[in-house]
Write a protein that binds this ligand. Structure first.
Ligand SMILES: [Zn+2]
Ligand SMILES: [Zn+2]
Length: 261
């Protein structure tokens, strides 16, 4: 399988994952024009997408969904039932029939992929992270969570490639222009992972099966890609984990395509 992040951050999230036969998106928080342009950069087209896995109903994850379904009526949308209901409230014109719902912990199939959904601590109606397996390789995509559970770390550390949230630097968050209520929300149990929390999880991934870690959903106001990267790299070095490749997912740039065998 191959994975490419198309956009990552609070202005929109979208990741493309494919095998030879199956093409899926994880989230669609970008508009159709940007999606088309981003997919064109990697030789793909929106009309060939078979399914979209939705993590949760926050707009940075679903902003492009209604337009996509209107243009591509055959697509299947996989979401937790609570997320589906919230999406239908926001987009009542969407047909119920495009949705297929899942339960956390119950694997489901999407073409060549077996998908394992896990429940995140996050302040949406519900929020999922996903492990996609195909052809002996596994990919974990885990963003939008205030804390990461031991079970999630354990499951993700079995994946060769993990996209993990590295949202904020706690000092930058404390000093940024956000109102106090938003700072409390972001740093709380149902908010987003700090660089420190992410770094601790990354050490565990690297100590197990993970070979590539992609730092994702990096805040533009309370973090920088450089600070996120150096914080995690520092922790990996302290733990003497030198055999893991550390990459970044970007808000405004298509990321590196990673092949997982
Ligand atoms: Zn988000
Ligand atoms: Zn969210």
């Amino acid at each position: 399988m191959k994975v490419t992040n198309l956009s990552s951050g609070s202005k929109g999230n979208c990741t493309f994952v494919c095998t030879d036969k199956t093409k899926v998106l994880i989230d669609i928080g970008i508009n159709y024009k940007l999606l088309s342009q981003s997919l064109a950069e990697i030789g793909e087209k929106p009309e060939n997408i078979d399914a979209i896995l939705i993590t949760h109903e926050h707009s940075d994850h679903i902003a492009g969904l209604e337009c996509f379904v209107n243009k591509n009526k055959d697509v299947h949308i996989f979401a937790h039932n609570l997320v589906k209901e919230e999406i239908l409230k926001k987009s009542p014109a969407l047909s119920q029939n495009v949705f297929i719902t899942f339960e956390y912990g119950n694997n489901f199939s999407v073409g060549d992929f077996s998908v394992h959904p896990m429940e995140n601590f996050h302040d949406s109606k519900s929020c999922a992270s996903f492990i996609l397996s195909a052809g002996g390789g596994a990919l974990g995509v885990c963003t939008d969570l205030g804390i990461i559970t031991d079970n999630q770390v354990d499951m993700l550390s079995r994946c060769k490639v993990v996209y993990i949230e590295c949202n904020h630097d706690i000092n930058m968050l404390a000093n940024c222009r956000y109102p106090k209520i938003l700072k409390t929300r972001i740093s709380g149990k149902f908010g987003h992972l700090s660089n420190d929390q992410c770094a601790t999880a990354c050490v565990k991934f690297a100590q197990n099966q993970t070979k590539v870690i992609v730092l994702s959903h990096i805040s533009e106001n309370s973090n920088t890609p450089e600070i996120a990267y150096s914080r995690v790299a520092e922790e990996l070095e302290l733990a003497n984990q030198k055999n893991v490749l550390l990459l970044l997912a970007y808000q405004n740039k298509v990321g590196k395509t990673i092949t997982i065998n």
